[in-house]
Design a protein around this ligand. Structure first.
Ligand SMILES: [Fe+2]
Ligand SMILES: [Fe+2]
Length: 338
């Protein structure tokens, strides 16, 4: 094992600061977390738009305690019962909202096949950025995605203990690639930090949280939700497969967009790395992970479909938001980049 002391002496990056609240629920969470637990009862009424700013931010903050936490928050909050109860209520609202918006079903093959169909008239975010996107829009896209890619593949690691046999072994093989194959400099989260720096953006973890709207927060919350609940292990695997299937073609379009915009090569590398890697990951996820999981636990087919469909639902919502803002000349962030 090569421990490379130069890398091992790198100091631990400071956790991000708590974000500003966006409504009564996130206000209650932020106010409570600033204190040492146990707190007073956090909140009785958690009814809110399941896709709205307040619920999505409150849920994001609760989940972040399981990743790196926040600078001013006691780590003991991670397992504080009242906060977990509140989180559970927010999750029920989010899950109900998701279930109401997707068709469902148990036909895993056909929902995955649909993802492979490239429509000729497709006009997604990566199509727009490749053909007509401006540099300020590209930088906004990077800021949105930083909320996930600076912890890329972390949410999927939660599902490892919940799998068995080939499904587990193959999912870990994909994760090994996501985490750089044993090299810190090649971790996809590090490549994304390099991309941000190449674009003149801030690469510290969580830096853009206050600027990122609910549409983006929801895509990360879905991963945390499915990763942290063993009952949703099928959905986590379905989400992972959907993400890998759709990433390779969109990464190729993003690489072309960055070349057209004459971006720093560090920006392009993140996407070219994903064109090849995700073509392989797609096959592994589809055949070795999902195939083996469903051979063992066929009843999970509906959950796998749920993971695929909700991933598409939330990506579509985000894409529509980005394009609507950009086409009317507005920022897609809550605060424009400086
Ligand atoms: Fe990746
Ligand atoms: Fe991948």
């Amino acid at each position: 094992m090569d421990f490379r002391p130069d890398l091992m002496s790198t100091p631990v990056a400071a956790p991000p600061r708590l974000p500003l609240p966006r409504g009564p629920i996130s206000e209650a969470v932020v106010t409570a977390l600033a204190k040492v637990p146990p707190p007073r009862v956090l909140l009785r009424d958690v009814s809110a738009d399941p896709f709205g700013e307040d619920l999505q931010l409150a849920l994001y903050i609760c989940y972040e305690l399981h990743y790196r936490g926040f600078a001013e928050v006691d780590p003991a909050w991670e397992w504080e019962p009242q906060l977990l109860r509140l989180r559970g209520a927010l999750e029920q609202g989010f899950l109900a909202g998701l279930r109401a918006e997707v068709p469902g079903g148990a036909d895993v093959e056909s929902v995955l096949d649909e993802l492979l169909v490239e429509r000729v008239d497709a006009d997604g975010v990566s199509h727009h950025l490749r053909d007509a996107g401006e540099w300020w829009q590209m930088r906004e896209y990077m800021a949105h995605r930083s909320i996930y890619h600076l912890k890329e593949a972390d949410p999927h690691a939660w599902v490892i203990p919940r799998l068995q046999g080939q499904a587990k072994a193959s999912l870990v093989a994909v994760e090994f690639d996501e985490f750089g194959g044993g090299r810190a400099a090649r971790m996809h989260s590090r490549l994304f930090a390099d991309l941000l720096e190449g674009a003149g953006l801030e690469s510290s973890y969580g830096f853009y949280l206050d600027a990122v709207p609910a549409e983006m927060l929801a895509t990360v919350n879905l991963m945390s939700l499915c990763g942290l609940h063993r009952a949703l292990r099928g959905a986590m695997v379905g989400h992972f497969a959907a993400a890998e299937i759709t990433t390779a073609p969109s990464a190729a379009r993003m690489a072309r967009a960055l070349e057209r915009l004459e971006a720093d090569p560090r920006c392009t590398l993140f996407f070219t790395e994903h064109v090849e890697a995700d073509a392989v990951h797609e096959q592994v996820l589809r055949h070795d992970v999902i195939g083996d999981l469903l051979a063992r636990e066929p009843d999970l087919a509906t959950d796998v479909v749920f993971g695929v469909q909700t991933t598409e639902l939330l990506e579509d919502r985000l894409g529509r938001h980005l394009l609507a803002c950009w086409r009317s000349g507005r920022t897609s962030l809550l605060h424009p980049l400086s």
